[in-house]
Design a protein around this ligand. Structure first.
Ligand SMILES: [Zn+2]
Length: 183
């Protein structure tokens, strides 16, 4: 086919068909035909859309890869008991009251549902026993107790869904988790 005929063919194609070729068959086209296709796309103001759709296709692939890494990570043994229930994560706040001060910290714990339950109860007991000592503790300890309770209940209520804490952890460690889990 000569270039004129190709140009005519592209010019008579509906937008979606043209975009389909651009997105799926571009790398099979001869260079001069690519030029023509780009020209027709540009004339119809479709070039930016093509670029956008190519990018969103790439994002979809990344999303799929992330889901794979997340699921593989959830199936690794529990770091706390070596058990094989799917992992989740929970951030637990603790506060320790001492007269005029309150020490406070927050830590994300990763583990199986049983271990997260134990860690949750441990943190709450800690806050009950040690959080209220001292002046700031009187208002901080209840906030910490309620915050932990809310996050733990949310985790239970969402069934087997990964928590935001787990998703964030996997996102932050995506690179080495990918090497460790997918290859
Ligand atoms: Zn465990």
């Amino acid at each position: 086919m000569d270039e004129e005929k190709i140009r005519e063919m592209y010019e008579n194609m509906p937008d979606d068909q043209l975009l389909n070729i651009a997105l799926n068959e571009m790398d099979q086209l001869r260079d001069e035909f690519k030029q023509i296709l780009r020209g027709v796309l540009r004339d119809r103001n479709l070039l930016s859309q093509t670029v956008k759709e190519t990018i969103s296709a790439g994002e979809e692939e990344m999303e799929e890869e992330f889901e794979k890494i997340l699921e593989s990570f959830r199936q690794t043994p529990c770091p706390l008991c070596q058990g094989h229930s799917r992992l989740n994560a929970l951030s637990l706040r603790r506060t320790l009251g001492v007269l005029l001060f309150s020490f406070k910290w927050k830590r994300v714990v990763i583990g199986c549902p049983d271990c997260l339950n134990k860690k949750y109860r441990g943190a709450q007991l800690f806050n009950w026993l040690l959080g209220f000592w001292g002046f700031p503790g009187w208002y901080l300890a209840p906030i910490y107790l309620l915050g932990n309770k809310r996050d733990y209940s949310n985790m239970l209520n969402s069934g087997d869904e990964p928590t935001e804490d787990l998703i964030n952890y996997v996102k932050e460690n995506q690179k080495w988790l990918k090497v460790k889990l997918l290859q």
